[in-house]
Write a protein that binds this ligand. Structure first.
Ligand code: ADP
Ligand code: MG
Length: 222
């Protein structure tokens, strides 16, 4: 059975007039080690869908099942713990903590369980090595290039061994050559970690690196 099942997901936002129906029944599934690109123009609902799959926002109707459970059945503290352990996020903006070093930023998701263990520090160092930042562990985000910041964000997203890695326009702020490098790294690490990966993007170049591509069109995935 698939590890991620998304079934008939709809999302409408209330407005002063008619509700805005952004998602009108999105259904797809993904298994460990698989990846999927979701394409579509700006405003079509890609981020909305990714936030729902990432359990950051609830659907209006429909179901999400990840690793055998429906996250929206959980209480808020349990949901936060579930999200922290099962899901890694890479956003268009890196959201690194400006006052923390590269290594400390990668360790942030491990802090929900207390101080970082020697194992999590080793893992953070290994991931930073994989993304080519071994020499930059003590640097601050402001001392890195845009591509290096996104590479740090990728290492942070993977530090807790998530079952699902979600990326929202991860190369949106990067020049073309840097975007290609970051895209390839994302795929390399996904293969290494055998996690599921969903990338939403309007970049055909980035989507071309993934095994499956679907398009969000009028609130449905095709
Ligand atoms: P994309 O990521 O594909 O650019 P979004 O998912 O961000 O698109 O947005 C899809 C549509 O939903 C847009 O028309 C946007 O204005 C609307 N939208 C997003 N979030 C909200 C919200 N919290 N309240 C009302 N409308 C929203
Ligand atoms: Mg978006």
């Amino acid at each position: 059975m698939a590890d991620l099942l998304v079934t008939g997901v709809t999302k409408s936002y209330p407005t002063r007039a008619e509700p805005l129906e952004v998602l009108r029944g999105v259904t797809f599934e993904l298994s460990a080690g698989e990846n999927l690109a979701i394409l579509g123009p700006s405003g079509c609902g890609k981020s909305t869908l990714l936030y729902i799959v990432g359990t950051l926002d609830a659907p209006t109707s429909g179901r999400v099942s990840l690793a055998g459970s429906n996250p929206f059945d959980l209480s808020e503290p349990r949901l936060a713990a579930f999200r922290n352990h099962k899901i890694g996020f890479v956003f268009q903006d890196h959201y690194l903590l400006p006052q923390c070093s590269v290594l400390d930023n990668v360790l942030v998701p491990t802090l929900a369980d207390g101080r970082p263990t020697p194992e999590s520090v080793d893992r953070a160092r290994m991931l930073l090595d994989r993304v080519g930042l071994t020499g930059r562990l003590d640097h601050l985000p402001s001392e890195l290039s845009g591509g290096e910041r996104q590479r740090t964000a990728i290492a942070r997203a993977l530090v807790n061994r998530p079952a699902l890695l979600l990326a929202d326009e991860p190369t949106g702020n990067l020049d073309r050559a840097t975007a290609a490098t970051v895209g390839r790294l994302l795929l390399e690490l996904q293969a290494l970690e055998r996690t599921m990966l969903i990338v939403v993007t309007h970049s055909l170049e980035l989507a071309g690196l993934l095994a499956r591509r679907m398009e969000l069109n009028a609130g449905r995935l095709e």
